[in-house]
Design a binder for this molecule. Structure first.
Ligand SMILES: Cc1cc2nc3c(=O)[nH]c(=O)nc-3n(C[C@H](O)[C@H](O)[C@H](O)COP(=O)(O)OP(=O)(O)OC[C@H]3O[C@@H](n4cnc5c(N)ncnc54)[C@H](O)[C@@H]3O)c2cc1C
Length: 398
């Protein structure tokens, strides 16, 4: 009898990492992706050590080193400029230790794609979106639809929904609560570093806090570009995922910013806007369907942990599946997925809540911002590091 594959719906960061982790453990995978081409342009991403360790365990350390920057510190200051509130040096480079990294989102996606393409036990179904699934005697039958509406049915031993915020897999396990608009939108741009003053090119993650807005910037692409993200309050979600920025709103943001941030805003080409949505965490597995990444627990970007948790999910899922399959065979798939859900649920919820709380603190106006600033100064770099240790010190099982 041939072993049925695991079907993963969604070839984003989470789905690709899961495919690689499973395939490397000898488990056949079908990777179905709704899009026909990947467009990850116009944004950077921070990969914290909890996620970096997983990627290194998949032999992606070298590829990461080729393009990623190792920021030396996190610097927190005000939107309007002035002295920093806090500067927290990241751990100095130590042989064998995983650093924090920043890189272009497109580069991270590409290195995952490159790795997945070398694995012969991954079958690709590009341009096929998950639309339906039902359990069968042998496993699960999933219906995929192509762009022109033609459908095909794929038999698998399990379905992993890595299909992002608007997950179809999530509704297939009975969770039909829609994501809710948070009242925030993120403006993102990649700025050529050449010609920028040295102070704006330093390898640091710089965070600027203001009333109802904040900005983050850090170098990517081996230092040749600066990723800039502005988050601002917005009255309503604008349809579409990625749109051009609006000049009058941009001028208003720049006018209130300190000199360095204003210079970056002025030089930024090709703005893309993301309306930010939130959604309560889902039940992460039911029967032979499991969810991972944003499909299970979208995380607001105020802690830079959404992709990191998707990568962690992939590591735990592949461990639980490989362990149970080796010990008990394919009948144990639902139990393996339940183990995965138990292992991940609480952490995902905690990170989701911590990120929401960060957002509240970042965007305070006076007088509450005085209390926040006082607390931050008192916390200091060591206190800040200790506060985040539970996130960054996480290690995958096995
Ligand atoms: C402004 C901003 C900054 C961020 N910065 C960071 C950061 O610094 N660090 C960090 O860790 N995270 C960050 N995040 C969060 C991170 O981008 C997401 O959490 C992460 O991309 C989630 O990955 P995913 O694979 O779960 O989902 P996605 O990246 O959304 O991928 C889902 C994939 O599924 C496909 N798909 C959708 N529906 C179907 C279907 N029905 N069938 C098949 N395929 C389907 C999609 O086309 C897509 O390719 C940030 C987010 C924002 C908005």
């Amino acid at each position: 009898m041939t072993t049925l594959p695991i079907l993963i719906a969604g070839a984003g960061i989470g789905g690709l990492t899961a495919a690689i982790a499973l395939a490397r453990r000898g488990i056949p995978v079908i990777l179905a992706e709704k899009r026909t081409r990947f467009d990850e342009a116009g944004a950077g991403i921070q990969v914290s050590p909890n996620a970096g360790r997983v990627l290194e365990s998949l032999d992606l350390g070298l590829a990461l080193r080729r393009t990623a920057i190792r920021p030396e510190a996190l610097e927190i200051g005000h939107w309007r400029g002035g002295a920093p509130l806090l500067a927290m040096p990241f751990a100095p480079p130590v042989e064998g230790a995983t650093p924090s990294r920043s890189l272009r989102r497109a580069d991270l996606h590409q290195l995952l794609l490159d790795s997945a393409r070398t694995l012969p036990n991954i079958r690709w179904l590009i341009g096929r979106g998950l639309v339906d699934a039902h359990e069968t005697e042998a496993g699960i039958a999933a219906v995929l639809a192509g762009e022109s509406g033609q459908t095909e049915t794929v038999d698998a031993m399990a379905l992993i929904g890595a299909d992002g915020l608007w997950s179809r897999a999530r509704s297939l396990i009975g969770d039909v609560r829609e994501p809710g608009f948070t009242g925030w939108e993120a403006w993102r741009s990649l700025i050529p570093a050449e010609g920028l003053p040295e102070a704006l090119r330093r390898p640091v993650v710089a965070l600027h806090l203001g009333r109802a807005r904040h900005a983050v910037h850090y170098p990517v692409a081996s230092g040749s570009e600066i990723n800039l993200v502005l988050v601002r309050a917005a009255a309503e979600a604008r349809p579409g995922w990625s749109r051009e920025g609006d000049a009058s709103q941009l001028n208003e943001l720049a006018a209130s910013a300190g000199a360095g941030l204003r210079e970056l805003i002025g030089r930024a080409p090709n703005w893309r806007i993301w309306s930010l949505y939130d959604r309560p965490p889902a039940l992460m597995a039911k029967g032979r369907i499991a969810l991972l990444g944003d499909a299970a627990h979208p995380i607001l970007p105020f802690l830079a942990q959404g992709a990191a948790l998707a990568i962690e999910d992939a590591a735990v899922l592949s461990h639980e599946l490989a362990t149970r399959l080796a010990r008990e065979g394919t009948g144990a798939v639902p139990a393996a997925l339940a183990d995965y859900a138990r292992a991940r649920g609480e952490r995902a919820m905690r990170v989701q809540q911590a990120s929401r709380k960060n957002g509240e603190a970042y965007h305070l106006g006076r007088p509450w911002s005085y209390a926040r600033d006082f607390a931050m100064r008192r916390l200091g770099p060591d206190g800040m590091r200790r506060r985040h240790a539970w996130i960054y010190d996480w290690r995958a099982p096995g």
